[in-house]
Design a protein around this ligand. Structure first.
Ligand SMILES: Cc1cc2nc3c(=O)[nH]c(=O)nc-3n(C[C@H](O)[C@H](O)[C@H](O)COP(=O)(O)O)c2cc1C
Length: 482
């Protein structure tokens, strides 16, 4: 029988094996055994490791960051790396959530454990770390932040950035990000004055990077002084705060509450009733509203989407949890209810896992869930001045949406056809009709079809729908975009 040594395989194959193994929650050796078994007996012969194991390995979602601007601090391998530890504290003092990444060289100067302990989250160091990389963690790390600070930004790191290298975690994140990047260079004055460094710095500035420092002063090396000292942590934190301050937009000063995603209604501790909502439309609206300067609270049912930048995200499970969080968020200026809230929940949900018995299927009794849109629309105290509901329909779209507008007492309804052929549920495109009550003073019960105006938009991406909806809201309630 032939023998196979994983260690002797080529590097690319080993890397992809490691990722595959991590994704399936197995050791590399077990993954190889599974592949061989599949090849010999077919895929059904190899049960996948339970999903829960893979989920447990996902890098933590930033619930801890909810509502706080997120800073990813990349620590380069310079003598000033020790000051990055103080910078973590200074950034946290300003209310930022800090996540640290270290280059291999940085680990010669400070320990990842120290940075992780100060940041309250493990420090990321390895591009090929199965724990964070099984779901392309470097892409998540690049996007799941509002600002990237590189301190110290070594001559080497800036050279790699200028060239677009991505051969370690730090450079891969920097290449994959679309967030602002703040560089705090630190190096010997001769390195800073070197023509190559000058070229790289100029290139990075042209590429849109922001710089703080370097300052002039004494170097760590004896008898060396000049331009090259890293800016002080307080200065770097202040520069980060300036970059994170959102520019005023048409919805600056408005507090917007948005719900998104499905709800999960428990049947027992391990099963639930759900629907196909992906939450993409609500998340896109939250991102567009934040971009327009609004203070946004997003209450999301269980979805696999990252927190939009600058948005306070509260994650919930059931309709009742969602209503409780909505009520706690009031008062707001505008409420947008894009969540697909389950109409019913199981009244006789089991406290323990319901077992299969000889008596057959247990009867599930359904009871009506609270109607969040109607509850908020009909509030006499703290009713938001503009309440927008969503109507996902599979037939008679405009008629049903008009009836919903009347029944719920909201001000606008965004109606969309979600029949399977449209691909709207879970997809990236949407075709919506915005129904508005033509006369806001008309009593709810007497709103007739004639007093509702219908604005039909062409097929758009969910991001485009979000931008158009936010522009319509701004035109109605705020300052229209210039
Ligand atoms: C003791 C010591 C101090 C160093 N200090 C710096 C420094 O302040 N700035 C710098 O650009 N490089 C410095 N270097 C060189 C970097 O460590 C080296 O270029 C490394 O490859 C940088 O890796 P990184 O940019 O991936 O972190 C130093 C090297 C040593 C041995």
């Amino acid at each position: 029988m032939a023998s196979l040594t994983v260690r002797k395989l080529d590097d690319a194959l080993k890397a992809s094996l490691r990722l595959r193994a991590a994704r399936n929650g197995r050791s590399v050796e077990d993954e190889v055994r599974a592949i061989l078994r599949e090849a010999a007996e077919g895929p059904a012969a190899t049960p996948r490791a339970p999903e829960v194991k893979a989920a447990a390995m996902r890098p933590e979602r930033t619930h801890a960051a909810a509502g706080r601007p997120r800073v990813t601090l990349i620590i380069g391998g310079g003598i000033a790396a020790y000051k990055a530890l103080d910078l973590i504290r200074r950034l946290k003092d300003r209310g930022f959530h800090v996540r640290c990444v270290m280059t291999r060289a940085a680990q010669q100067f400070v320990a990842p454990l120290t940075a992780g302990a100060l940041a309250d989250e493990r420090c990321y160091t390895d591009l090929f770390d199965p724990q964070s990389e099984f779901d392309a963690g470097h892409i998540r790390l690049a996007r799941d932040t509002d600002l990237i600070v590189v301190a110290p930004a070594t001559a080497d790191l800036m050279a790699k950035m200028a060239q677009g290298h991505a051969d370690d975690l730090a450079t891969a994140i920097l290449l994959a990000t679309n967030r602002a990047v703040l560089l705090a260079p630190a190096m010997n004055p001769l390195m800073w004055a070197n023509a190559a460094t000058k070229r790289n710095v100029a290139q990075l500035a042209r590429d849109g990077a922001h710089f703080i420092g370097p300052n002039s002063g004494e170097m760590a090396e004896a008898n060396e002084a000049g331009l090259g000292r890293m800016s002080e942590p307080l200065e770097i934190a202040a520069a980060a705060a300036t970059l994170l301050r959102p520019p005023p937009g048409p919805l600056t000063g408005k507090h917007i509450l948005i719900t998104a995603g499905p709800t999960h209604e428990p049947i027992d501790p391990v099963r639930y009733i759900a629907n196909r909502s992906s939450g993409k439309q609500g998340f896109a609206i939250a991102a567009a509203a934040a971009q327009a300067g609004a203070d946004v609270t997003l209450i999301a049912g269980p979805v696999d989407l990252d927190d939009p930048p600058g948005v306070r995200v509260i994650r919930v499970e059931s309709a009742r949890d969602m209503l409780a969080q909505v009520e706690a968020a009031l008062p707001v200026d505008i409420a947008i209810f894009a969540a697909a809230v389950a109409d019913w929940r199981v009244a006789n949900a089991g406290e323990q896992k319901i077992k299969k018995t000889a008596q057959g299927m247990p009867p599930l009794q359904l009871t009506e869930n609270p109607d969040i849109l109607a509850t908020v629309s009909k509030l006499t105290h703290n009713r938001p001045p503009l309440v927008i509901g969503f109507a996902a329909e599979t037939e008679h779209l405009i008629d049903n949406a008009t009836a919903k507008l009347k029944r719920k007492g909201c001000d606008w309804i965004v109606a969309n056809d979600v029949s399977p052929a449209t691909g709207v549920m879970g997809g990236d495109r949407n075709t919506v009709h915005v129904l508005t009550r033509a006369d806001a003073d008309v009593a709810i019960d007497s709103v007739s079809v004639d007093s509702v105006s219908v604005d039909s938009w062409p097929v758009m991406t969910k991001d485009e729908v979000a931008t158009a909806l936010v522009a319509k809201i701004a035109a109605t309630t705020g300052h229209p975009p210039a």
